[in-house]
Design a protein around this ligand. Structure first.
Ligand SMILES: Nc1ncnc2c1ncn2[C@@H]1O[C@H](COP(=O)(O)OP(=O)(O)OP(=O)(O)O)[C@@H](O)[C@H]1O
Length: 273
C-alpha cells in the first residue's frame, strides 16, 4: 500500500522525511542466574521525522524492550540505534516517555505534576510555565490546574502524563500502552486527542499498543512483531487521510480491511497479544 498523505507533518508524499530513529539489526538477550531470554532478534526499523509508527505484537515479544533500548534505558546485546543521527549509548534526554500508568505524584496538582519535568531538567521557569499552560489548554485540562490526581478521571490523569512527557518539546515521544488502563470510551477520546496533538506538534511518535484499532487509527505505519524472540514480521503503510475523523475512519473500508489483515496475521502466527 502507498501512503496518500495530503497534509503535513510527515512531509508530502514521495518526499522522504529525515530519519529520526534508525534501528539496525538489534538483538537483546537478558541473562540472569537462572535463564537467558532473547527478547528481540534482528530488528531493523527507520522512523522519519514527524512520523507516527504503531507497534503491535503478542505479549512478551519485546515491544517494551524495544522502546527502552531506543530511550537508552536498556543496552542491546547486538546492533545499533541512532536517535537524531547520534548513536544511543545511555539514557536520552531528548525523548518523552509515556507509560500505561500515569505515575503522577499524589500530593501535587495538575500543573505541578506537569512542571516536574521542568524541575528535573532545570528548564527556564518562565518558558516552562508558559509551555505548561499551552499544553493544559491543548489537552482540555483548563480549570483543573490545581486538582490532585485522585480528583481526576483516568483519562485526565493520562492527559497530565502526556503534558508532562511533552513539556520539554521532545522531538520524539515513546508511548508504551499509554491507554491500556482506560475504559473503551475514554480510550477513544484519548486516541482522538493524541491524533490532534501529534498533528499540531509534529512530534515523532512510536506507540506500542495491544489494540489493533488504536494502532491503525493513529499510525502512518503499523509494525507487526512475531512472538518472542520478537522480529518484525511485517510493516503496513496506513492508506488513510492524514487528518482522521474517528467515526469515519472506523467505518471506512480501508480501515476495516487493514485491521482485519493485521488481526489475521497476529492470529495466524499463534499470537495471544
Ligand atoms: N530486565 C529484564 N530481565 C530479564 N528479562 C526481561 C527483562 N525485561 C524484559 N524481559 C523479558 O523479555 C521479554 C520481552 O519483554 P517485554 O516487556 O519487552 O515484552 P512486551 O512485548 O512489551 O510484553 P507485553 O505486551 O506483555 O507488555 C519477556 O520474556 C520478559 O520476561
Amino acid at each position: 500500500m502507498t501512503q496518500t498523505m495530503t497534509t503535513e507533518p510527515s512531509g508530502a508524499a514521495g518526499q522522504r522525511p529525515a530519519t529520526t530513529i534508525d534501528i539496525k539489526d538489534l538483538t537483546c538477550t537478558f541473562t540472569s542466574k537462572r535463564k537467558r531470554t532473547t527478547a528481540l532478534t534482528d530488528v531493523s526499523l527507520s522512523v522519519g521525522a514527524g512520523e507516527f509508527v504503531s507497534i503491535v505484537g503478542p505479549s512478551g515479544c519485546g515491544k517494551s524492550t524495544l522502546l527502552k533500548i531506543v530511550a537508552g534505558l536498556v543496552p542491546p546485546s547486538a546492533g545499533q540505534v541512532k536517535l537524531l543521527g547520534t548513536e544511543v549509548s545511555g539514557p536520552q534526554r531528548e525523548i518523552g516517555f509515556a507509560f500505561q500508568r500515569a505515575a503522577l505524584l499524589e500530593w501535587r496538582g495538575v500543573r505541578a505534576n506537569i512542571l516536574l519535568q521542568a524541575e528535573m531538567r532545570n528548564m527556564d521557569k518562565r518558558a516552562a510555565a508558559a509551555r505548561a499552560d499551552q499544553l493544559i489548554e491543548l489537552t482540555g485540562l483548563t480549570g483543573f490546574e490545581s486538582a490532585l490526581p485522585h480528583e481526576l478521571s483516568g483519562g485526565m490523569q493520562q492527559r497530565v502524563a502526556l503534558c508532562r512527557a511533552l513539556l520539554h518539546e521532545p522531538p520524539v515521544l515513546l508511548m508504551d500502552e499509554p491507554f491500556g488502563a482506560l475504559d473503551a470510551l475514554t480510550r477513544e477520546h484519548m486516541n482522538v486527542e493524541l491524533h490532534r496533538i501529534w498533528r499540531e506538534t509534529g512530534t515523532t511518535v512510536v506507540l506500542v499498543t495491544h489494540s489493533i484499532a488504536e494502532a491503525v487509527y493513529l499510525g502512518q505505519r503499523v509494525v507487526v512483531m512475531t512472538p518472542r524472540p520478537g522480529r518484525i514480521e511485517r510493516v503496513y503503510d496506513v492508506d488513510l487521510p492524514a487528518v482522521r475523523d474517528y467515526g469515519a475512519t472506523m467505518s471506512s473500508p480501508t480501515f476495516e480491511q487493514l485491521a482485519r489483515e493485521i488481526r489475521v496475521l497476529l492470529g495466524a502466527s499463534g499470537h495471544h497479544g
